[in-house]
Design a protein around this ligand. Sequence first.
Ligand code: I6G
Length: 707
Amino acid sequence: MSETKAVADLGEDEARAELARLAKAISAADKAYHRADAPEISDAEYDALKVRNAAIEARFPHLKRPDSPSERVGAAPVEGFGKVRHEMPMLSLSNAFDAADVEDFVAGIRRYLNLGPEAPLAFTAEPKIDGLSLSLRYEKGRLVRAATRGDGEVGEDVTANARTIGDIPAKLSGAPDLLEVRGEVYMSHADFAALNERQERAGGKTFANPRNAAAGSLRQLDPEITRARPLRFFAYGWGALSEPLADTQSGAIERLSALGFPANPLTRRCDRLDEMLALYREVEQRRATLGYDIDGVVYKIDDLALQARLGFRSTTPRWALAHKFPAELAWTRLEGIDIQVGRTGALSPVARLTPVTVGGVVVSNATLHNEDYIAGRDARGNPIREGKDIRVGDWVQVYRAGDVIPKVADVDLSKRPADAQPYQFPEKCPECGSDAVREPGDAVRRCSGGLICPAQAVERLKHFVSRAAFDIEGLGAKQVESFWRDGWIREPADIFTLEERYGPGQPRQLRNREGWGEKSAANLFAAIRECRRIPLRRLIFALGIRHVGEAAAGLLARHYGTWGAFEAAMTHARIDEGPEWDDLLSIDGVGAVMATSLITAFHQEAERASIDRLVALLEVEEAETRAPATSPVAGKTVVFTGTLEKMTRAEAKARAEALGAKVSGSVSAKTDLLVAGPGAGSKAKKAAELGIETIDEDAWLRLIEGA
Ligand code: I6G
């Protein structure tokens, strides 16, 4: 039978026939599993079919079928995981580092909701597990998909692996038809120590901490390896639902517990700020004896109706906060200071340290921020560390908080070597020799070499292929550096002409390059081809424009919708003037600094030409708007004026934007709707003159009700 024949021995006709058979078998298994609720084959058999299908496709790429099972969500490609778009984004949490931040959070919520200081406002508080977030999708009570957070919008399909975790039920009874449970996968201290011991005995990889061990164990291509790793799960929330779980956060978590999901036993409901802070202190004290890593306490508004009113900022909910534990500290010797040149030309000093363990992780590099920081002053010239500077040879304190890059926090002058010299920050770029200049008001010194600076060019390319940008399988930082060194890739557009220049039939071919072979070269070309089609937000982020991070790229994409509209706006915009500038600044989350940076990038000749060469080779997808298609205000420009009585101005604006409306501060011919409360003055008059529809707050609430 053909399926027992090794893939390497298959002839072309046999391969074609087998791909057809596999497509049919996998599709039938999918249908039986997802629709008929009755799997006909085991998970292991199912995975084996997919692996074989992918192996044949890798050997005969030209035989890949249009209905290939490896193209479907959930298919596990041989060299990685399938991608899953989260029906509701998996957000992150805003952080607080002290009680004052928590107080501000509570006060901000009260302001947003227009609640007085004495009005009741309950929160839940629970330990923040230091693991990795997972989303579990149940349809009609069956686990159909498990996905990691990924970039929050698209995660990795780890369904087969999640099924091996004992804390995760495969079936639920009495659950909503659609239920996405979100929580944290983690490893206990005892299991982590035992795993590392086993790994060491077997000569395998050991892990730096339980979180890395949990992530490494969940992201195994072979689910049997995951099964052998002792992973656990705590549920903390939910995503898409066909019906509400409860009216409150605490009620919803109780319901999830009743359905069989472990919830953290230290979770409490708190009616006041001092109760929240008391729970934080209690959890902090018990931290060492919990048996698993936590890195803080999470507070959430308990009333789900209030959570809905508070809504979301671009990447974080307004109704939740992570109150982090203080960082961990250690002392060590500063052996040297390296200067790294980043993609925007910033010269970043990095401390080279005698290796030291900080909170269980060996640290040998730490950030020194910038030249002022080394000199012992802040950006305004005020002393920091009582003005103590940092010198090579010094005994320094290293500080590490969760995932954040460790930093040098303090220096012990009593241990300073007699010959230690003040550090001279370079005024030339160490990579290209161009002047390194510091603009007034900028804490950072930057290389002025632009794209002629090899460090900037390479860093930009690395950023371009990074996970949240083009994420090209097989083309990581190492490969980019090597291609750049040999002149194969000098700018992003070169990636998309690589196959033309070094593919089959060319005098020099990738497959003959050291470290590459026929299969890996073909895979890379295929991965690059696949990435030609790219969502707008990823493209904007990939351009690596200063101040434009992932969240901002998402906001810009949603605002402009298409590459054409974005590019035209950036081309026509002028700094500090004109309608394009105003429009750019009307985006909640875009300020003058970011806007200036965007416009500058699009007006620099070399930069612009490089963007144009790139985009000519791509197919840019239109941005999805988060607004429901049914929203009656999607695409409309709305102005609020006068006093709003049922919500604050901030809430009204956020809600309108979440529904796809554009909120403007002034009435013009572009305004579609004016919402006028008592005391509305000149704006209402102008709207009347222009014939713009004007409604009151109640009519507005009726209009958006249920949207
Ligand atoms: O990353 C997270 C950890 C813990 C969370 C979270 C959480 O609750 C205890 N809750 C939410 C809502 C989110 N992330 C987005």
